[in-house]
Design a protein around this ligand. Structure first.
Ligand code: MG
Length: 248
């Protein structure tokens, strides 16, 4: 799709973003000790169906899950399955839906009775880095202003930023131009213009930024197996503050 969305496209993306956000919130409430990631996947299937939408992840390049659930050292793209959530876990839930031709994509990270101060710091830093990113998503800025804000927030909290995966434009396709890296100097990359719709999605690690993919071909984990956290909002760039599309 074109970088600048029409008013009609924005309406469609508001609807798909709203659905993704409602599903995300309900799943986040369902995260608890003893629940398996597969059960979260089944619940997600029901929630998405009840919204009259479909999963944008299922079958995407062969992805076998309805959502992504990534626990602790898992960064993103975890496949719902037999892993059972335990007290002290950090659970990232990434929801992608398609509704009336438009995609919605959002993620959150839930702490399940976490008492480890470092892990709490990580999750809070990831959330604040997303908030900083949203603030920078305004017309006349540049894409890397967002990248820079994320990285600075992460570094200030002693966390590293995953470089291998990036935010992206969104529309009728899940991944559109431009790419939005989570690191780098400000003032670079494409100019931000009103009507652009972006997914901002910082992924922060407690340890090193290096990641690897498990033998299932999907699950991305930190190479040093330290904890990771991931938050994602869909926004529409405007002249003033960005409009967050992934709101319930
Ligand atoms: Mg995304």
């Amino acid at each position: 799709m074109a970088l600048i969305k029409t008013a009609k496209d924005l309406q469609g993306l508001r609807a798909s973003g709203g659905i993704a956000a409602r599903v995300r919130n309900k799943l986040a409430e369902a995260v608890a000790p003893g629940v398996t990631t597969g059960e979260l996947g089944e619940y997600a299937r029901d929630l998405i169906e009840a919204e009259g939408a479909e999963s944008a992840f299922l079958g995407y390049r062969g992805f076998p899950g309805v959502i992504c659930v990534s626990v602790n050292e898992e960064v993103v793209h975890g496949i719902p399955g037999r892993r059972r959530i335990r007290l002290g876990d950090v659970v990232s839930i990434d929801v992608g839906v398609r509704y009336e031709g438009y995609v919605g994509d959002t993620a959150t990270t839930v702490m399940v009775g976490v008492t480890d101060h470092d892990v709490v710091r990580l999750v809070r830093a990831a959330q604040s880095s997303l908030e900083a990113a949203v603030k920078m998503a305004r017309a006349r800025g540049r894409v890397s202003d967002i990248s820079h804000a994320i990285e600075q927030t992460a570094l200030a909290q002693g966390c590293s930023v995953v470089r291998k995966f990036v935010g992206h434009g969104i529309g009728r396709d899940m991944h559109e131009e431009p790419q939005v890296p989570n690191f780098g100097a400000k003032g670079r990359g494409p100019k931000l213009k009103a009507g652009m719709t972006l997914c901002l999605e910082p992924m922060l690690n407690l340890g090193n930024c290096d990641v690897e993919v498990l033998a299932d071909g999907w699950t991305v984990v930190t190479r040093d197996r330290t904890c990771s956290a991931h938050f994602e909002h869909m926004v529409a760039v405007r002249n003033g503050e960005a409009e967050v599309l992934s709101v319930a």
